[in-house]
Design a binder for this molecule. Structure first.
Ligand code: WT7
Length: 631
């Protein structure tokens, strides 16, 4: 672990070197891994095409780095601690040897069911150890995993399966989440009616509920395991071969399948995990995210396991059986590093402090946050009541597209500042741009956040749509990667992320595209047109406000609202349901027909003192009407 900085001056030196000689910097770090063949060329890039290749010619398998290479030293060390939804059920601990055996065995199950290198395999599963095993088993045989968060609807699932033409789906009968069970297999059944590419579905038993199994397509996980050996040599992969696809929402309706590749992703998630958290041997690390999001991919599975860390997976929710569950788990497993989302902190902050204080949190050394800007109040509560003033808060700014942390403090190295993601990690070169596309020099300024040099784990493309990749990320500011976020850079050069500047709304840390929600609502037979905006919400960060015009006046507003909510739930998932739906006579539009979301946003925020110029609107009268009826 020699290349990890441990003091601020080492950070400054590493940063300087990473900018002056990035290839030398990253190849020294990459050399710490197991490669079947060393790379010929460290980096080739052109942000205009855009094209980025790291460690070209290098051959590896990421699972050899997450599993095989640890066995001589840590076969009996715990790799995964699994905490079930119900605190009275047994915890599962898998050692590195056990995890290795299970991954190899399930890799053989995949092969026995026809999986080959390069196939796309969709994973739609609850937070059980088999989810991590499935992810790694895909990587073991060179199949590309596409994990879909198990809260998405059947139609979202079908869209993602079809976009990548997956041939296998891995799922379970159902999943437990707090007091509820979710029938995942029946959602898969519905999705697969529209997915001709799927030949097999492998079904894990979790809840024991009754499910229908389609002859010739559906097989039971346990039956298949019984037939499979646990000897499975890893497939040799090129550094730039696909490792996985993960979908994220965008400004237009269709989710983007972000493509990540083997070599650079491995190097960067490992490096940033060790650096930002300063992970120490034997520590227990817990990231509360779901493996269905990038946070789970990079910092539950790949980063920690490639480090040889002990990573905790939690099946449940923070509020079950009560609001003390997180703190109970911290005490029970003596968690040292705890990584969660601001939305969870805000929700737990509202609960009585006795839920925190009855547990012993003294094992905690580092706290982390991710997913959206953390407000100062939540930052201070986290610091005071959870960290007891002793734990650095690592506010990690990054994205599905970036694969790993970009701007983040380094624990006990970077001086933190409430609500600031602080400084770029080594290798990351941010640029703040003004509205005219000029890069701003110096400090004490605000603008749009770009990155001007490649880093190893950046997404390489959008699956099947390179043109969209280019348009979305590399055309707003030519020659630079545009993040979609706004930021401030203060007098100390510290970054504070101010939020999205595009049509993406972050609700409880989940990325949702306005167009995607609008399209779903527009499917209602009585809905003519919809405009969706975000507005501030105490706990969720942002909430969704939908302005809807109808073909004819609804007989009952509440009935129509309920139908719309059901529709959004079924089309995208419950996380995309608007908090407020206002029926309006018209939407404010420019003469060219563009909806003026800026105005709608202000009205939703109840900040109508300064609506700006409305005179260019096609029909200025509608604004008055909307303001009258605001919810
Ligand atoms: C967007 C990316 C990265 C994993 C989870 C979300 C926002 C993320 C922070 C942070 C302020 C943040 C940004 C970003 N975001 N982390 N620490 N401070 N904003 O991944 O779904 O791809 O969303 O989340 O707006 O662009 P994602």
């Amino acid at each position: 672990m020699s290349k990890i900085v441990t003091s601020f001056s080492e950070y400054q030196d590493a940063y300087k070197q990473s900018v002056e000689n990035p290839e030398q910097f990253w190849s020294a770090i990459a050399e710490e891994f197991t490669w079947r063949r060393k790379w010929d060329k460290t980096l080739e890039w052109d942000f205009n095409k855009p094209e980025v290749k790291w460690f070209q010619g290098g051959k590896l398998n990421i699972t050899e780095n997450c599993l095989d290479r640890h066995l001589p030293e840590r076969a009996n060390q715990t790799a995964i601690i699994w905490e079930p939804n119900d605190p009275n059920d047994a915890t599962v601990k898998l050692t590195y040897q056990e995890l290795f055996d299970k991954v190899c065995q399930f890799a053989n199950v995949l092969k026995n069911n026809g999986a080959k290198k390069g196939d796309r395999i969709c994973i739609y599963m609850p937070m059980v150890p088999e989810l991590a095993i499935a992810v790694l088993a895909c990587a073991r045989i060179g199949a590309v995993h596409s994990v879909v968060f198990a809260g998405f609807s059947s139609s979202s699932l079908a869209g993602r399966i079809n976009d990548a033409s997956c041939n296998i789906v891995l799922t379970s009968d159902g999943g437990f989440r707090g007091g509820k069970t979710i029938g995942l297999k029946s959602i898969v059944d519905e999705a697969l009616e529209q997915c001709p590419s799927v030949e097999k579905s492998i079904v894990l038993q979790r809840t024991g509920e009754e499910v229908s199994m389609k002859e010739g397509r559906d097989v039971w996980w346990h039956d298949e395991l019984a037939k499979a050996s646990n000897n499975c040599p890893a497939e040799e992969m090129d550094a730039e071969d696909l490792l996985f696809i993960l979908y994220t929402s965008g400004s237009t309706g269709k989710p983007k399948g972000m493509v990540h590749t083997c070599g650079g992703y491995m190097v960067y998630t490992n490096y940033t995990f060790r650096t930002a958290f300063q992970y120490k041997e034997q520590e227990i690390y817990w990231c509360t995210a779901d493996v269905g999001w990038i946070t789970g991919h990079s910092y539950i599975v790949y980063g920690p396991l490639s480090t040889g860390a002990t990573t905790l997976m939690f099946e449940g929710v923070p509020s079950y059986p009560d609001m003390g569950r997180f703190w109970h788990v911290v005490e029970k497993h003596k968690v040292n590093i705890f990584y969660t989302a601001p939305t969870a902190i805000r929700a737990l902050e509202k609960a009585d402090l006795s839920f925190v204080n009855k547990y012993d949190l003294s094992s905690l050394r580092v706290l982390g946050t991710v997913g959206e800007p953390i407000n100062e109040e939540a930052w201070h509560w986290y610091d005071e009541h959870i960290g007891k003033g002793n734990c650095p808060i690592i506010d990690t700014w990054w994205q599905t597209e970036t694969g790993g942390f970009m701007i983040s403090p380094i624990a006990d190295v970077t001086k933190t500042k409430p609500a600031f993601a602080t400084l770029p990690l080594p290798g990351i070169q941010p640029a703040v741009m003004d509205a005219d596309g000029k890069e701003l020099d110096g400090n004490g300024l605000e603008g749009r956040l770009c990155v001007k040099f490649p880093w190893p784990s950046m997404a390489r493309t959008i699956y099947g749509d390179h043109e969209r990749f280019k348009n979305t990320y590399f055309s707003t500011f030519p020659g630079k990667y545009f993040t979609g976020d706004g930021c401030k850079r203060d007098e100390d050069g510290y970054y504070r992320i101010t939020g999205r500047v595009d049509d993406v709304i972050i609700v409880s840390g989940h990325n949702l595209g306005t167009a995607e929600i609008e399209n779903a609502i527009d499917e209602h037979e009585n809905v003519c047109e919809t405009a969706v905006v975000g507005y501030p919400h105490d706990i969720k960060g942002s909430s969704i406000y939908a302005y809807v015009t109808c073909y004819h006046d609804p007989e009952n507003d509440d009935t129509l609202r309920k139908e719309i909510l059901d529709l959004v739930s079924r089309t995208i998932g419950p996380i995309a349901k608007p908090e407020k739906i206002q029926f309006v006579s018209g939407l404010p539009k420019t003469r060219s027909g563009k909806i003026m979301r800026r105005i709608l946003r202000k009205i939703a925020e109840k900040d109508t003192s300064n609506l700006g110029d409305t005179s260019t609107l096609l029909d200025p009268g509608v604004v008055e009407d909307i303001m009258q009826g605001v919810l």
